[in-house]
Design a protein around this ligand. Structure first.
Ligand code: ITT
Length: 200
């Protein structure tokens, strides 16, 4: 079954492909298009709303079943920030490094027990006939006081879950415990239900 992944984030695409391909999907992405995907204004206030905006934009271009992920890190001490603004936390031209530095500064001096956080991934799936659904995966943990590890991307060097620091996990370990891995396994279940009901 062909599926289009609507993302402009290459690291995220790698993770989504890594999990979706073994599920048996033929995965298409921006790399398979003759033109770049349009930029989507992420105007939603929830991960689900933004994931749907991105998925619908991809569907408009490709006409095939499309999934998109909206994700972020919600830090309790920061009242849920950076949350849906995780990609742009340190402003225009934000990089993973500038975002991590801003997060470290915002939590400077805050003890470990108050640095709790949750990584969230909402996956939206939209179909050419207008149907859609979303699923959510969450992974709890805390924000470390310095970066470690060399794997992954984004806030991975700062986020520590039960299995360890995201950036120190192997790709397989991260997929097993991560917010995105959890969301994609829920996505697979939902899609199976739809297929079993003969709805697609
Ligand atoms: P698309 O919208 O094109 O998919 P994006 O990077 O802008 O790409 P988001 O708006 O969903 O995606 O922002 C998610 C940000 O949250 C991402 O840029 C990272 O900074 C962070 N993030 C999400 N998942 C992560 C992960 O598994 N590890 C580390 N950081 C992650």
């Amino acid at each position: 079954m062909k599926i289009f992944i609507a993302t402009k984030n290459h690291n995220k695409l790698k993770e989504l492909e890594r999990i979706l391909k073994p599920m048996g999907f033929e995965v298409l992405s921006e790399n398979d298009l003759s033109e770049p995907l349009p930029e989507v204004e992420e105007t939603g206030t929830t991960y689900e709303e933004n994931a749907l905006l991105k998925a619908h934009s991809g569907l408009k271009v490709t006409g095939i079943m499309t999934v998109a992920d909206d994700s972020g890190l919600s830090v309790d001490y920061l009242d849920g920030a950076p949350g849906v603004y995780s990609a742009r936390y340190s402003g225009e031209g934000a990089t993973y490094e500038s975002n991590n530095n801003k997060l470290l500064a915002a939590l400077d001096g805050v003890p470990k027990e108050k640095r709790t956080a949750v990584f969230v991934s909402a996956i939206a799936c939209v179909f050419p006939d207008g149907r859609e659904f979303t699923v959510r995966g969450e992974c709890p943990g805390y924000v470390a006081d310095k970066c470690s590890g060399t794997g992954g991307f984004g806030y991975d060097p700062l986020f520590v879950c039960e299995a360890g620091c995201y950036a120190e996990l192997s790709p397989e370990e991260k997929d097993r415990v991560s917010h995105r891995g959890i969301a994609l396994r829920k996505f697979e279940k939902e899609l199976k239900k739809i297929i079993d009901n003969g709805e697609i």
